[in-house]
Design a protein around this ligand. Sequence first.
Ligand SMILES: *Cc1c(COP(=O)(O)O)cnc(C)c1O
Length: 385
Amino acid sequence: MKRRRLGLSTRAIHGDGKKRADWTAVAPPLYQSATFTNPVGSSAEVLYTRYGNNPNQVDIGRRLALLEGADAALFVASGMGAAALAHLAVLRPGDHLLSSEWIYGGVHRLFTQEFGRLGIDVSFVNPTESRTWKRAMRKTTRALFVETPTNPLMRVIDLEPIATLCKAEGLALIVDSTFASPMNLRPLEHGADIVIHSATKYLNGHTDVIAGAVAGTEQVVEEVRRLMQVWGQAIDPFAAWLIDRGLRTLAVRVARHNATGLAVAEWCAKQDAITRVHYPGLPSHPDHGLARRQLGGFGGMLGIELNGGVRAAERFLSALTLAAHAPSLGGVETLVSEPRLTSHASLTVAQRAQAGIPDGFIRCSLGLEDADDLIADFAQALARP
Ligand SMILES: *Cc1c(COP(=O)(O)O)cnc(C)c1O
């Protein structure tokens, strides 16, 4: 009998849904052990936590693979670790990487400051048009990299034309899907080859772990594992255990982030003190139609621009009581930050304005509080003289 395909919520909790043996722990034990015993004379790979074969590490990898619809997945010590290793798994000295220009600042630094030293050339394109990707391709191009939805404008990039191009040219398409999580987007279903996550964000969801993940074919994930072992990027067992706990509630958390995101965005759109709202769930967003087709939900990330620029933004941020002023995202608590001081601090004022992120832009990671309370907090902060 063919087994029913389990839904995403069930997969997030039970993995492949195999029946448990009698007398086993329902909650997973924490294997806070660097090493494990092995049989005398065995030539099998030893169990050693830096190798990524500690049970806590193995379990979450299997579960993420099931969520992404990938053959395999591997968690590593940070989202940056995942970005670095995923690219190093497919690129060699002399290769060219073509990247979207709208990517996480740390990954941009990795590409511009480190990859050159390894003989990997990187160039950047505006990701919204497949023609620009094609025009920027070289004979040596081996991979394309894109982040969707983007930070902080929440632009949604259509993966399908880019994937078609990659298939035709034999290139690897690598997608940073941190903002969406597998609940809102599964890039492999749209033709991507490799998915990376900062698991620090939605996958863990409780702002208490730094971690990353890579999902893809067995072959790619094995290569990432080999690199992880020698570059020392393994995730700590307790971090893996916390992610295991976080993954169990991913479906309900993301559903709530989606609902709160839409409610707060719609409220913001009606405020005179807010000049622009960037949220893919609003019809005013440039990618609303695509977001409706490609995303399972519009997410909990929101960009707003206040009347009055930086001074108004600082007044607003100082007056908020529930929302905390902090970088990062994807946790249970609402966080607000200014891209001019965080992700886009390396650009000039003019470059930021050109990129559509004028000073005074506020990025909100809406948490799991009651939407009414968040709206009341925003309202009182906007009303401060
Ligand atoms: C945070 C983030 C990263 C980096 O992840 P860390 O876990 O901080 O190393 C990469 N990509 C995106 C989109 C992120 O938001």
